[in-house]
Design a protein around this ligand. Structure first.
Ligand SMILES: Cc1cc2nc3c(=O)[nH]c(=O)nc-3n(C[C@H](O)[C@H](O)[C@H](O)COP(=O)(O)OP(=O)(O)OC[C@H]3O[C@@H](n4cnc5c(N)ncnc54)[C@H](O)[C@@H]3O)c2cc1C
Length: 355
C-alpha cells in the first residue's frame, strides 16, 4: 500500500498530524548515520490515536520507527516514517507504592520536576535529560550520572507497559522486556526516592594529580554520591543528602582537593534547602586565614556513638586534618557530638560564599 495514502488516512481520520521536518543534526550518534536530512513525522493526538497509528503502520508493513527526544536516533534507523511519542504523557504518583507512573514520551527532566514538586526524586540525571524521553532511555539503556546510587532506567523500573504486535497492551517486568527489545513502550512505573535535602555539584580544576586526589578522598571514606575525573583532569563531585552532614563531607573533600592543588570551579548547584542553611550557618565559622576549619554537630544514638566518632576521626586523619570533639546534651537515647576540624594550608571556604 502507498505510504502517502496511509498517512493521508491518519489526517483524514483526525488522529494524527503529518509533516516533514529536518532531522536533528546535533546528536553524536548521527556521526554513525546520516547527519541531517528530512524525515516524515507522524504526531498522534493522544494515546489511543498512538495505538491506532502504530497498529495501522504494522498492519500495512510500513517502515516506521518511534521517536522520543531524538537524541539517540540517527535518521532514525532508515525508517520512512517517524511516529512521535510525545502524546504518551501520563504523569501520576502512586503514593502507596511510592512509584511514578509515567508515559514513554515524557522528557526525563519533566518527570523529575513533577516528582520534585512532591518531595521526591528519580535520581536519573542525563546530559540529554531536557529532551530525552523515558521510552528512549529504556530502549537505549541510558545511564544517568547517579546510576551508581539510583540504578539506570532499565534497572530502576519495576514494570513496563508495552503494545504488542496484536495490538494488545500489557504491563511486563523489565526481565520480560529484555526478551522483547523491539516492543513499543507506552509507559513505565519507576520507584521514587525521597528528595535529598540538598545536593551540590562542584567541579575542581587543576589538581596536580587528580588520581592521587581521588585516592585520598576514597581513603578518607568520604563517599560522595558521585566523584569522577574526566580526560582533562577536571574532578566532578556531587554530594547529596542531609545538608549539615553533607556540607561537612563536601568541605572535607574540597579541602583535600585544594591541598592537592585543585581550584574550585564555581559550578555549584545547591539544593534548595541548602541555601537557607548556608545563609544562616556560614560555611566555615571557625575558619581564619589559610586554615580551613569546620564544625559539625551530629545527633547520634548511644549504640552508634563510638562508630560515628571513629569514622569521622579516620576521615579527618586521612585528610590530614586535626579533629577535636566533645559531646553535649546527653539524653537516654543519645548525645550530640561537636566535631571541630582544622586543616592548614587550604582556603577557608569556596569563593562563591564570599562573592
Ligand atoms: C547531548 C547529549 C547528551 C547525552 N547524555 C547522555 C547521558 O548522560 N547518558 C546516556 O546514557 N545517554 C546520553 N545521551 C544519549 C541519549 O540521550 C539517550 O540514549 C536517551 O535515553 C535517548 O532518549 P530519546 O528520547 O532521545 O530517544 P530517541 O533518540 O528518540 O530514540 C532512541 C531509540 O529508542 C526508540 N524509542 C523511543 N521511544 C520509544 C518507545 N516509546 N518505545 C519503543 N522504542 C522507542 C527509537 O525508535 C530509537 O530506536 C546523550 C545524547 C546527547 C545528544
Amino acid at each position: 500500500m502507498n505510504t502517502d495514502y496511509i498517512l493521508q488516512n491518519f489526517v483524514d481520520m483526525g488522529i494524527a498530524v503529518v509533516d516533514v521536518r529536518d532531522v536533528r543534526g546535533w546528536s553524536p550518534w548521527h556521526q554513525h548515520g546520516i547527519s541531517s536530512g528530512k524525515a516524515t513525522y507522524v504526531t498522534p493526538q493522544d494515546r489511543d490515536a498512538f495505538v491506532v497509528t502504530v497498529r495501522h503502520c504494522q498492519d500495512n508493513n510500513l517502515n516506521y520507527a518511534l521517536i522520543g527526544g531524538g537524541t539517540a536516533t540517527c535518521k532514525p534507523c532508515g525508517a520512512d516514517v517517524l511516529i512521535v511519542t510525545e502524546c504518551l504523557k501520563a504523569l501520576s504518583i502512586d503514593t502507596s507504592a511510592e512509584e511514578l507512573i509515567v508515559g514513554a514520551g515524557v522528557a526525563i527532566e519533566t518527570a523529575e520536576s513533577f516528582v520534585a514538586e512532591h518531595g521526591w526524586t528519580l535520581g536519573q540525571w542525563l546530559g540529554s535529560g531536557a529532551t530525552a524521553t523515558i521510552g528512549g532511555a529504556i530502549v537505549t539503556n541510558a545511564n544517568g550520572i547517579l546510576a551508581g546510587r539510583y540504578g539506570n532506567f532499565r534497572d530502576a523500573v519495576t514494570l513496563i507497559e508495552i503494545l504488542d504486535q496484536s495490538g494488545n497492551t500489557s504491563w511486563i517486568s523489565p526481565a520480560t522486556y529484555r526478551s522483547l527489545p523491539s516492543a513499543v513502550i507506552l509507559g513505565v512505573r519507576i520507584p521514587l526516592w525521597l528528595s535529598p535535602d540538598g545536593r551540590a555539584v562542584a567541579r575542581f580544576v587543576g589538581a596536580g594529580d587528580p588520581l592521587a586526589a581521588l585516592r585520598q578522598v576514597a581513603t578518607a571514606r568520604l563517599m560522595p554520591a558521585l566523584i569522577s575525573v574526566d580526560q582533562s583532569g577536571t574532578i566532578t563531585v556531587i554530594v547529596e543528602g542531609e545538608p549539615h552532614l553533607e556540607t561537612a563531607r563536601y568541605q572535607l573533600i574540597a579541602a583535600i582537593l585544594q591541598k592537592q592543588g585543585a581550584v574550585q570551579d564555581l559550578t555549584l548547584d545547591q539544593g534548595k534547602h541548602w541555601d537557607t542553611l548556608l545563609s544562616s550557618n556560614p560555611w566555615s565559622a571557625n575558619a581564619a586565614g589559610d586554615v580551613w576549619a569546620d564544625r559539625i554537630v551530629l545527633t547520634v544514638l548511644w549504640s552508634d556513638y563510638s562508630q560515628v566518632l571513629n569514622t569521622w576521626m579516620q576521615r579527618a586523619q586521612s585528610a590530614g586534618a586535626e579533629l577535636t570533639w566533645r559531646a553535649i546534651n546527653p539524653t537516654q537515647n543519645g548525645v550530640q557530638l561537636i566535631l571541630d576540624f582544622q586543616l592548614e594550608g587550604v582556603k577557608t571556604g569556596p569563593d562563591w560564599l564570599y562573592s
